[in-house]
Design a protein around this ligand. Sequence first.
Ligand code: SF4
Ligand code: SF4
Length: 415
Amino acid sequence: MFVEQTLDNCIKCNICVTECPVAAVTDKFPGPKYEGPQAARFRQPNQPLTDASVDYCSGCRVCNMVCPTGVRIAEINARARADMVRKGAFGWRARLRNNLLARSELLGKIGQPIAPLANALLQNPLGRLAAELTLGIARHAPLPAFSRERFTAWYRAHQATSAPKGKVVYFHGCSTEYYEPRVGRAAVRVLEANGFEVIIPPQNCCGLPLLSNGEFDAARGYHRRNVNSLVEYARQGIPIVGTSTSCTLTLKEEAPELLDAFDEESRLVAEQTFDLSEFLLNLHARGELNTEFRPITLRAVYHPPCQYRAHRVGRPSLELLRLIPGLDIVESQAACCGIAGTYGFKAEKYEIAMQVGQPLFDLVRATGGPIAICDSETCRWQITHGSGVPSVHPIELLALAYGYEPEGVLSQLNL
Ligand code: SF4
Ligand code: SF4
């Protein structure tokens, strides 16, 4: 069913309103029922905009998950924001800021080659204050540090092991390429430990930051180029896996649905795309996962990112982590960490994002472990920012359990 057709399913039960984490902490957002199915009836192509409060929807999809009749509220709101962009509802300053934050690939290409200088500038309090006053980028928001080495540079020098089980395409995404290449290294090692050859074709940003900022035309170009690069592998039945739940969700569902990209090639790529933990858990279900894990004695909170709800695959990372002896995982039931992609980086939304994430930050601190675990990069940065506890991707713990050298914060824990 098309996104807009679902609005007629609304039975006005208000469940989404009681569960929406943004409506719970601010009066600026009237809530999912009002913004989604109600306001959508008044959004007509040649009519003036209803009101601008829909821009306070973070896109966390809690509403979609709890709605008993399947109204696609988050997607209705995303389309409404895109309509605002088309009709010029955002001033030039907001458009510039949103486009800067949403161009993660461009930022990476500019910042990564000059990582030490770029990182110094990004952490400079005066520079951050100026960025908030001029562009509206929240001065305290958790901007990540550029890596000194790109993930693909490491991969080109990497010696692959034998691959009796066949090939897998890895979609690394911008965060792994420019900020956290250790996540990609862990992914390659885990896949190789399970007998796969890892292929990394040319790829662009998945386009989700642009989609969630209403910049649909720019997102369409990224999606098309990714589909062109990936479709030959999909045709051969080679799985496409990713460590970023945002990227894989975009290839699977968000881009096709929001951009009406229902062509055969997009469909093929969507069908062959898997979150990496989903893929590994499927292997386990078939008895094909290498389970020779060494123990890791550690207690930590695992927070499933919001995008996993839209994947509708349960909590595969949690199930994989529970296969590692010694790991004591505390499962987060928090609705959202608050950051929601680029949402919490915006000055007018920063405090909302921090309030939304507060229950999770409290849980991480109360648990007392040396790390937190989460599959989404922006969520990891937000959890660390809000709780003071470093965060890692589940795949990093799996790589460690297979006996690979720990990297990043894991290398400092004497595990
Ligand atoms: S996507 Fe999240 S913030 Fe937006 S309406 Fe739904 S629950 Fe609320
Ligand atoms: S949960 Fe679904 S059916 Fe209930 S008010 Fe919200 S959109 Fe309507």
